[in-house]
Design a protein around this ligand. Structure first.
Ligand code: NAD
Length: 498
């Protein structure tokens, strides 16, 4: 169903908001209701060229703006984001479907990246060594790259863009943001606020679209670096295409995250953490704990209360004041994919012990709902064990001991996050030492890193060298220069000699 007035979705180029007409469009839904709220223009090479050119033109002046002044822009921006926080969260909820509490939690993770960017004068400091040789001094400097690009996924409409542009800009780069075509409205609003904070024209630009738009960005000769977050096949494509065109690329991909539950784990706390890790944000998180590896008798101890907790999760529309526990997934197509993966798991021999497939909302019959689902007795060769489901579905694999649990987790081609629940320091130590994943939780179900630490996916969860966030983020958005200097002429003599 199409609502009467669609929200505009302009691009932002050279400091001007521009409505684009005459192009193919893609619908933006309110997933809680299933209705279309906006149409995104699918921009191509000409609009991308305008945006990159505006960013390239703005670069010399922005690069020469002192880091303390660039930081002040982000102090003002931080204030505006905080003042308009509720509105940002409502936008996230409306176009993505997260609950307001989930929108707040994730937008705060974004805000922390702005706060981190406020520290840029210190973060950009280099090293010096006096008298590298007699009369020769040496210093390192961290200089910006030029035009950087951010391409973001649908699942965190505010947080993921904020992983990228605050730090890239604070480092002195200019930027072109290409938000997910499924959730473009939150990104546009974040940039409206940046404009209000005093963003100079052209320093940040926004284009909208899909593959053609991304390809034009990947190939544009004036683009120096690309930050990407999305699914693994696209991350790999972005990395290969971007690097083959001479760009620096960091590309975060998808995931399949394992949570090992030892027989000595605290049952109520583990149930709570597992339930949040698997079903929070309707499972649409790259750090979702989507597979529980229960060791020994842990399954029998855990599953009755876990099933009870999952059954109690109330699904419904999130664009209302009485908030449900869980919102919809992003589109009808995605809901159908999640349902078909569960059905396939059942066909391949797994047991559905909590079935959310017929969950819906009487208040919002056209919304894209899937209820919390638990699939027990999953085997590694099953499709549901291998593919990222990206919905509120928890697989349970029963394992004999910790060694086999670690071996099972390490079979995955992904390596984003993982966790162990145990009271044994020895088990936790073994796990953190041997498991192959970039982010590890010990009695923490979603060990996603915060702004000051890099977001360290491994294997098919990340393509590149320098991760997003933290000092690695600063390294990614800068290039080092080492200056060795000598000044000729008479010295003043040995002033230390009395
Ligand atoms: P997606 O890969 O479909 O899209 C991501 C971006 O790439 C979008 O902006 C989209 O327009 C663009 N895109 C899509 N297909 C493309 C193609 N063929 N060529 C060029 N560009 C293309 O991802 P999504 O569905 O929006 O997001 C969900 C995925 O993102 C999940 O796999 C999730 O695990 C992953 N994710 C990863 C992280 C992380 O940090 N590792 C964080 C959030 C989400």
């Amino acid at each position: 169903m199409v609502t009467k007035t669609l929200e505009p979705c302009p691009v932002f180029i050279g400091g001007e908001w521009r409505e684009i007409s005459g192009l193919e469009t893609s619908p933006v839904y309110n997933p809680s209701r299933g209705d279309v709220i906006s149409e995104v223009p699918m921009c191509g090479a000409d609009i991308v060229n305008d945006a990159v050119s505006a960013a390239a033109d703005a670069f010399p002046a922005w690069r020469d703006t002192p880091p303390v002044e660039r930081a002040r822009l982000f102090f003002r921006y931080r204030q505006l984001v905080e003042e308009n926080f509720d509105h940002i969260c409502q936008l996230v909820t409306r176009e993505h479907g997260k609950t307001l509490a989930e929108a707040r939690g994730s937008a705060y993770r974004g805000l922390e990246n702005i706060e981190y960017a406020c520290g840029i004068p210190t973060l950009l400091m280099g090293d010096t060594l006096e008298n590298l040789a007699r009369g020769v001094d040496c210093e390192t400097m961290h200089q910006p790259l030029g035009v950087c690009v951010g391409i973001t996924p649908f699942n965190f409409p505010a947080m993921v863009p904020m992983w990228m542009f605050p730090l890239a800009l604070a480092c002195g780069n200019t930027f072109v943001l290409k938000p997910s075509e499924k959730v473009p409205l939150t990104a546009n609003y974040l940039i409206e606020l940046l404009e209000k904070a005093g963003l100079p024209k052209g320093v940040l630009n926004v284009v909208h679209g899909g593959r053609a738009c991304v390809d034009a960005l990947l190939q544009h000769p004036k683009v120096r670096a690309i930050s990407f977050v999305g699914s693994s096949p696209v991350a790999k494509y972005i990395f290969e295409t971007g690097t083959s065109h001479g760009k620096r690329v960091q590309a975060n991909g998808g995931a399949k995250n394992y949570i090992v539950v030892m027989p000595d784990a605290d049952v109520p706390r583990t149930v709570e953490a597992l339930s949040t890790a698997a079903f929070g944000c309707a499972g649409e998180r790259c750090m979702a704990g989507s597979t529980a590896l229960t060791v020994g008798k842990a399954a029998d101890q855990l599953l009755p209360s876990l099933v009870e907790a999952a059954r109690a999760i109330k699904v419904g529309p999130t664009d209302v004041s009485a908030q449900p526990d869980m919102g919809p997934v992003i589109t009808a197509q995605h809901r159908d994919r999640v349902l078909s993966l569960v059905a396939r798991g059942e066909k391949e021999g797994a047991k559905i012990i909590c079935d959310g497939r017929n969950s819906g909302s009487a208040d919002a019959p056209n919304g894209f709902y899937v209820g919390a689902t638990i699939v027990d007795q999953v085997q590694n060769e099953m499709t549901i064990a291998r593919e990222e489901v990206f919905g509120p579905v928890l697989n349970v694999m029963r394992i004999d001991d910790l060694d086999h649990a670690i071996a099972m987790a390490n079979k995955s081609s992904y390596g984003n996050g993982t966790a162990i629940f145990t009271n044994s320091g020895k088990a936790a130590r073994e796990f953190k030492h041997r498991v192959k994943a970039g982010m590890v939780g010990i009695n923490i179900g979603v060990p996603a890193t915060m702004a000051m630490f890099p977001f360290t996916g491994w294997d098919d969860s990340f393509y590149g060298d320098l991760h997003i966030q933290g000092r690695e983020g600063v390294q990614f958005y800068t290039q080092q220069k080492v200056v060795s200097s000598r000044w000729f002429g008479e010295g003043v003599g040995d002033v230390w000699k009395k």
